[in-house]
Design a protein around this ligand. Structure first.
Ligand code: ZN
Length: 310
C-alpha cells in the first residue's frame, strides 16, 4: 500500500537551528537512521548557510553524504543562495528548498536582500541547475515564507504574495511551498492561502506546507491543508526548537502527533508511530537540555491502535 501523504522530517535542520546545544554528527546520524527505520521517507538534514552563522549545522555536507547511502531516503536541505545550491549539489542532496520571504522587511533582515535580489538569484540558480544532467539534478523548491504573517510587517497583502508567486512561475519553479515561519496561521487562512496561490501557480506546483505550532494551531492547520489536497507536511520530532519568545510552544509541528493524526484517520503515512516515538530516546540522550514536546508520546497510543499499513 503506497503512502498517501509525505511527512518530511525537518528536525535536524529547523529544530536544531533553534537549539542552544550542538548535536554531535554521530547522534544526528543515529537519529536520521532510526527515523528511516520507523518509515520516514524524507528528512531535511541541514542547511548550507555559513557555519559561523549556524554552528549547529556546520556538518551538513557530511550528513548529506552519509544520508545518501540510506536506501529509500530523500535527502533534503535548505539553501539560502546560489552558493548554498552549489554546495548542496556537490554533496549530493536530492532536494533543496530556498526560502523567499514574502515580507520584504523580513527578507532584508534575514537574507539581507530585497525581493528583486532574491528573484534574480533564483534565476541564476535555475540557469545553474539547467546545466546539470536531469538524472543528477536535485529537486528545487522555493518556499514562500512568512506567507501567513510576519513579526515585523504583520499580515502581508495577498496581492504582494500573488505577484511573487507569478514571478516564480515565470522563472519555471515547479514546486512552490507555503511556510508559516512565525506560527501566525489559522485553519481558515491556510485554506484561503492555498487556494489563492494555486489560482496563480496551478495545483500541481503547490503541494507542500511548513507549519509551526507556536500558538497551538499547528495540527489544526495541517488538517486544513490536507483537506485542500496538500500532500507534503514538514514536521519535527519532539517539536524540537521551541521558540524562545513563546514559552511552552513547540517549534515545528510534532512529527509524532502529526503521524498519529493521519494514521488514526486511516490516511497512510508509511510511518510506524510506535517506532517513531522510540526515536525520541536518541534526542533525549543527545540533547538533555532541550524540551521534547508531543501529546501522543506523553499520553501513549490508544489501546488497540494500529497503523494503516501495519
Ligand atoms: Zn520553520
Amino acid at each position: 500500500m503506497t503512502p498517501e501523504i509525505l511527512i518530511s522530517e525537518v528536525g535536524p535542520r529547523d529544530g536544531l537551528q533553534n537549539c542552544k546545544s550542538i548535536m554531535a554528527t554521530k547522534d544526528k546520524i543515529a537519529w536520521i537512521e532510526a527515523e528511516v527505520r520507523a518509515g520516514v521517507r524524507e528528512i531535511e538534514v541541514g542547511s548550507f548557510v555559513p557555519a559561523k552563522l549556524l554552528p549547529q549545522l556546520a556538518d551538513t555536507a557530511d550528513l548529506v553524504r552519509h544520508a545518501r547511502t540510506i536506501e529509500g531516503l530523500t535527502v533534503a536541505v535548505l539553501v539560502p543562495n546560489l552558493h548554498g545550491v552549489k554546495a548542496a549539489v556537490e554533496a549530493g542532496a536530492h532536494k533543496m528548498s530556498l526560502p523567499l520571504s514574502v515580507s520584504e522587511t523580513h527578507s532584508l533582515k534575514n537574507l539581507r536582500r530585497s525581493h528583486q535580489q532574491v528573484l534574480a538569484e533564483i534565476g541564476e540558480i535555475q540557469a545553474f541547475l539547467a546545466d546539470i544532467p536531469a538524472d543528477r539534478r536535485p529537486h528545487f523548491e522555493v518556499s514562500l515564507s512568512t506567507v501567513f504573517g510576519c513579526t515585523m510587517e504583520g499580515v502581508v497583502p495577498e496581492s504582494k504574495i500573488l505577484s511573487l508567486t507569478e514571478k516564480l512561475v515565470d522563472l519555471d519553479i515547479k514546486d512552490i511551498g507555503l511556510s508559516d515561519t512565525t506560527g501566525y496561521a489559522n485553519p481558515a487562512q491556510v485554506k484561503r492561502m492555498i487556494r489563492a496561490v494555486r489560482s496563480v501557480a496551478g495545483a500541481d506546483r503547490v503541494t507542500g506546507i511548513h507549519l509551526h505550532n507556536t500558538r497551538g494551531l499547528g495540527i489544526a492547520n495541517a488538517l486544513a491543508a490536507y483537506e485542500e489536497g496538500i500532500t507534503t507536511f514538514d514536521a519535527s520530532l519532539g517539536g524540537l526548537g521551541g521558540c524562545p519568545f513563546a514559552p511552552g510552544a513547540s517549534g515545528n509541528i510534532v512529527t509524532e502527533d502529526l503521524a498519529f493524526m493521519f494514521e488514526a484517520m486511516g490516511v497512510n503515512t508509511g510511518i510506524n508511530v510506535a517506532e517513531l516515538i522510540k526515536v525520541r530516546e536518541i534526542l533525549a540522550r543527545a540533547l538533555p537540555d532541550e524540551t521534547l514536546y508531543g501529546f501522543t508520546p506523553d499520553a501513549g497510543l490508544p489501546k488497540g491502535f494500529d497503523c494503516v499499513a501495519a
